[in-house]
Write a new protein. Structure first.
Length: 201
C-alpha cells in the first residue's frame, strides 16, 4: 500500500490526546495523491481543489483552517469529493475580509464573497471557480424564549467545534495548514465499519 493512502490505516495521538491520521507525503499534494491512487486517475477536478487549498493556506496565515463535512467522508470512502466546507478560528467579519483578498472577481470588479449565514458564522465565496463555505468555530447555540434568533458562542479550536457535532463521522477534520486529518472521536474507523455513532456513545 502506498504512502498516500496510509492516512486511512495509520492512527496516532499527539501530546493533546487528539487522534491524528499519519501524514507521509508532501504537504501541498496530499489530497491530490490520495485521490489519484484511490481512483487511478489524474483529475483536473481534484487539481483545482489542491490549488484552492494552496490559496486558502496562504490567505489564512495566522488562523486555523480545517476542511470538514462530506468531503472528508467521501475521500476516506474512496468517493469523489465535492463540498468544500471549512471551519476556522477567524471571526465571520475576518473571514469575509480574507476572502475579499483571495476570492475570484466578478463582472462588477468586486470579489465574489458573501454572508451566507453570518449569524451562524458562515461566509461563502468563490475561489478558483468553486463555491466554498467557511464557518467560525462554534461552542454552542442557544435560543431565548422570546426570540427565534440563536445566540452563538464562537470557539477557539477545532476540538471545541468538533465536540458539539452530532456524529463521529461529522467530527473528522482535515487540517489544511498541516495536511493531516484530526479524528478525536474515531470517525474514520466508524466510516470503515459503516457505523453511524453519536459522539459520546
Amino acid at each position: 500500500m502506498s504512502d498516500a493512502v496510509l492516512f486511512i490505516m495509520n492512527e496516532g495521538y499527539n501530546s493533546m490526546g487528539v487522534q491524528r491520521i499519519t501524514r507521509t507525503v508532501n504537504n501541498d499534494r496530499l489530497v491530490k495523491r490520495v485521490f489519484e491512487e484511490l481512483h487511478g486517475i489524474d483529475s483536473k477536478h481534484q487539481e483545482n481543489h489542491v490549488i484552492i487549498f494552496d490559496k486558502l493556506r496562504e490567505a489564512f496565515r495566522g488562523y486555523e483552517l480545517i476542511l470538514v463535512g462530506g468531503y472528508n467522508r467521501d475521500l476516506i470512502n474512496g468517493d469523489i469529493p465535492h463540498d468544500l466546507d471549512f471551519a476556522t478560528d477567524a471571526t465571520p467579519e475576518r473571514i469575509l475580509e480574507i476572502l475579499g483578498g483571495c476570492a475570484d472577481v466578478g463582472d462588477d470588479g468586486e470579489p465574489i464573497a458573501w454572508e451566507l449565514g453570518a449569524k451562524f458564522g458562515t461566509i461563502a465565496g468563490r475561489v478558483h471557480g468553486e463555491d466554498i463555505e467557511i464557518t467560525t468555530y462554534r461552542i454552542n447555540e442557544t435560543y431565548r424564549d422570546d426570540s427565534r434568533r440563536p445566540e452563538v458562542e464562537w470557539g477557539k479550536t477545532f476540538e471545541e467545534d468538533a465536540a458539539r457535532r452530532d456524529f463521529t463521522i461529522n467530527a473528522i477534520g482535515y487540517d489544511v495548514k498541516n495536511s493531516e486529518f484530526i479524528d478525536k472521536y474515531g470517525g474514520v474507523a466508524d466510516i470503515k465499519k459503516g457505523l453511524i455513532r453519536a459522539i459520546g456513545n
